[in-house]
Design a protein around this ligand. Structure first.
Ligand SMILES: *Cc1c(COP(=O)(O)O)cnc(C)c1O
Length: 361
């Protein structure tokens, strides 16, 4: 068996020990005689798996009491709608910060449901930076402020949590959650599709402050009401059981890596090496992002000539380095280096890039 280094943005690499454990437990989970895929979500076994995953997730992020954790479906994209439907609470206005492609999608969905104030945007800088907090024009009557801590496509990341006073802060943390410790108490709501840094696709994790539950807009479908899911421990209907279970294995793996402090050290070091290699290439490779806001998770880069892209991807593949093609909207390359990407994978990419430059530069 040959495992490659997978730099895909999502679905993305999972920790090898997690996959091995899932394989080990595939046919017979802990003597139950069943696969987790075959269990009733209301049975004792799955209830135990679900509760353990939530407890581990809470421990990793040190989630304070007063917050619910929900295990939902529909992806981060469904949260683009659930957030306004649940959090507007009669206000009809919300602030959004626009730092790239995922912010734009959240904004376009919110515009169908309320008046959106784009309080700050880096569109004029082609989304290569984050607008200074002091320049944001927040609406004091907004129901919440929404932002995207890490733009998965542009590779732009906030390294600090913006202050929004009493207005609840909402974050689409899909591609950065669990990459480092996070002060959850600063947020009204955090959501993340699982397929970047948590587990398989099909699961979306939501952390929501309890006082924000229960004010859903009239006519909202039951399945889009956070309170319904919160009141039913995310089992109002059949949850994504297997994805929830694999997420739980990932949480246990993270705990064995010295938790999020350990991950943060490793992630910072992995990203720093890769950016240093790009910046040190004399312009052969380039990353356009303001160094202050470069992502630890998604590193886009271009080659000196885009005509080299195809050869680069082909040779990278031959060297066991896959899914490096950049997003169709920006071109070039993108190396996603989530928690589960081992440091050796980043080292292998860097030596490949240096070798490729020697041959083609
Ligand atoms: C991947 C991604 C999404 C979309 O997630 P889906 O689960 O496919 O809906 C939204 N926001 C961010 C920041 C992402 O990285």
């Amino acid at each position: 068996m040959a495992r490659i280094y997978n730099f895909g943005a999502g679905p993305a690499v999972l920790p090898l020990p997690v996959l091995e454990q899932a394989r080990e437990e595939m046919l017979d989970w802990h003597g139950s005689g069943m696969s987790v895929m075959e269990m009733s979500h209301r049975g004792r076994e799955f209830m135990e798996i679900a509760a353990q995953a939530e407890a581990d997730f809470r421990e990793l992020l040190q989630i304070p009491s007063g917050y619910k954790v929900l295990f939902l479906q529909g992806g981060a994209s469904q949260q683009f709608a659930m957030v306004p439907l649940n959090l507007l609470r009669g206000k009809g206005r919300a602030d959004y910060i626009n730092t790239g492609e995922w912010s734009k999608k959240a904004i376009s969905q919110a515009k169908r449901l309320c008046t959106v104030n784009v309080a700050a945007t880096s569109e004029a800088q082609k989304f290569t930076t984050v607008p200074e907090r002091a320049s944001w024009r927040l609406d004091p009557g907004a129901a919440y402020v929404h932002y995207t801590p890490n733009e998965t496509i542009g590779g732009v990341e906030f390294h600090e949590i913006p202050e929004t006073g009493d207005v609840p802060l909402v974050a689409d943390a899909s591609s950065t959650i669990l990459s480092r410790p996070l002060d959850v108490a600063r947020f009204g709501l955090i959501y993340a599709g699982a397929q970047k840094n948590i587990g398989p696709s099909g699961l979306t994790v939501v952390i929501v402050r309890e006082d924000l539950l229960g004010g859903v807009a009239n006519g909202t479908p039951v399945m889009l009401d956070y309170k319904v899911h919160a009141d039913n421990q995310s089992m109002y209907n059949t949850p994504p059981c297997y994805a929830w279970y694999v997420a739980g294995l990932t949480f246990q793996w993270l705990k064995r890596q010295d938790g999020l402090k350990g991950m943060a050290l490793r992630n910072k070091r992995k990203a720093a090496k890769l950016y240093a290699a790009i910046d040190g290439s004399g312009g052969f490779y380039r990353n356009p992002v303001d160094p202050q806001y470069r992502s630890w998770m998604n590193v886009p880069f271009t080659l000196i000539e885009s005509t080299l892209d195809e050869t680069f991807l082909k040779s990278a593949k031959a060297a066991g380095l896959l899914q490096l093609k950049g997003h169709r909207s920006v071109g070039g390359m993108r190396a996603s280096i989530y928690n589960a990407m081992p440091e050796e994978g980043v080292d292998a990419l860097i030596s490949f890039m240096q070798d490729f430059q020697k041959r083609k530069g």
